[in-house]
Design a binder for this molecule. Structure first.
Ligand code: 2NL
Length: 340
């Protein structure tokens, strides 16, 4: 009896199937009612009582082995249904791989970075969670300024105040603290404001801020740099206009408009019949900000500017609803395949 069990074990071990039919033959031969394992169980009744324990155990092991092997074989042939008996036609064309596209905000950020890189601006990045100093205080934003309000800014912690940065100027504060001028850098990145989400406002958006600090930097340098940017971004015919404005961190401050690229200034519904589109804020860095960051304002001056990437993208690609940028609907994203 023991020899028979041994022999059957070997047979199970060495068995190989090359088709589903052979697997079924294996099952019938060993595990069906009249199969070899069953036969041995019948024979077991004749085994002497003192050997029963040992032989019984071996018999059970055999049955389990056979069942395991059968399961493994079944699985193999089920997972490769036609697999082994049908030849695969290797000359068929490969299945098409669908290639994604860059997000429109990434496309435009890259364009902006490229334009400024050509005139010597480096790219700097920093944390999205900032302390009060880098987000507000160093930037000359007074304690009672509305931007500091809980209603406008996401606070991670109060006292000491830790916030989700509301502008990427915080990166440039780090930069000024750590580098000796000249500094010529742009900081692209995500920023947060506590706003109700609508077609025109969102609690997160993307900014590119620029900073240029050296001896004798003037407002004329600012104007020329931004004119170069506007023409590169929106086309050679683009005109710019600067309107006086106010920011805590710049003195003097301005807002910049570009001539509407759709109607070339004639007036249309995109520019609300003004011929102009507002695209960024800018100004000469306030001497207080320079001093806060350890730069001698008697020796150095600089300009800075900030723009929303969503806004530039909206103008360039006529995106009507801000929410489209963050919903990741492929019907929207697919439209930018050809844009780069
Ligand atoms: C806007 C206005 C602006 C700046 C950002 C800046 C940065 C430093 C110092 C001074 Cl480190 N200014 N950045 C200046 C003027 C305007 O952004 O409307 N952004 C979307």
């Amino acid at each position: 009896m023991k020899e028979k069990i041994e022999a059957l074990l070997n047979e199970i071990d060495s068995f190989k199937a090359s088709s589903k039919e052979q697997v079924e033959e294996f099952r019938i031969k060993l595990l069906s009612k009249k199969g070899k394992v069953g036969e041995l169980f019948d024979e077991f009744k004749t085994v002497a009582p003192e050997l029963r324990k040992e032989v019984g155990q071996k018999l059970n092991d055999l049955k389990n082995k056979a069942q395991d092997k059968l399961n493994a074989l079944k699985e193999k042939f089920e997972s490769s249904e036609e697999g082994n008996d049908k030849e695969q036609d290797l000359t068929l064309p490969a299945e098409a791989v669908s290639i994604g596209s860059r997000h429109p905000l990434s496309i435009v950020r890259n364009q902006i970075v490229d334009i400024f890189a050509r005139i010597g601006f480096t790219v700097s990045e920093g944390p999205e969670v900032e302390d009060d100093w880098h987000n507000f205080s160093a930037l000359n934003t007074p304690a009672d300024h509305p931007a500091r309000d809980m209603q406008d800014t996401f606070y991670i912690n109060e006292n000491p105040d830790i916030v989700l940065r509301t502008q990427t100027s915080s990166v440039q504060v780090h930069m000024m603290e750590n580098t000796k001028p000249p500094i010529r850098t742009i900081s692209p990145g995500r920023v947060y404001r506590n706003e109700a989400i609508s077609a025109r406002a969102h609690c997160q958006f993307h900014q590119v801020e620029g900073l240029y600090i050296d001896k004798h930097v003037s407002f004329a340098d600012l104007k020329q740099t931004l004119m170069y940017f506007a023409k590169e971004m929106f086309g050679e015919k683009t005109q710019i206009r600067l309107r006086p404005s106010f920011f805590p961190f710049t003195e003097i401050s301005a807002e910049m408009d570009v001539s509407c690229s759709l109607c070339e200034g004639a007036g249309c519904n995109v520019c609300k019949y003004t011929g102009w589109l507002e695209i960024m804020g800018c100004g000469m860095v306030d001497p207080n900000v320079l001093e806060n960051c350890g730069i001698d304002s008697k020796q150095y001056s600089g300009f800075a500017f900030g723009m929303g990437i969503e806004r530039i993208t909206q103008i360039k690609y006529r995106v009507k609803d801000l929410r489209l940028y963050f919903e990741n609907d492929v019907r929207f994203l697919k439209q930018f395949k050809s844009a780069l």
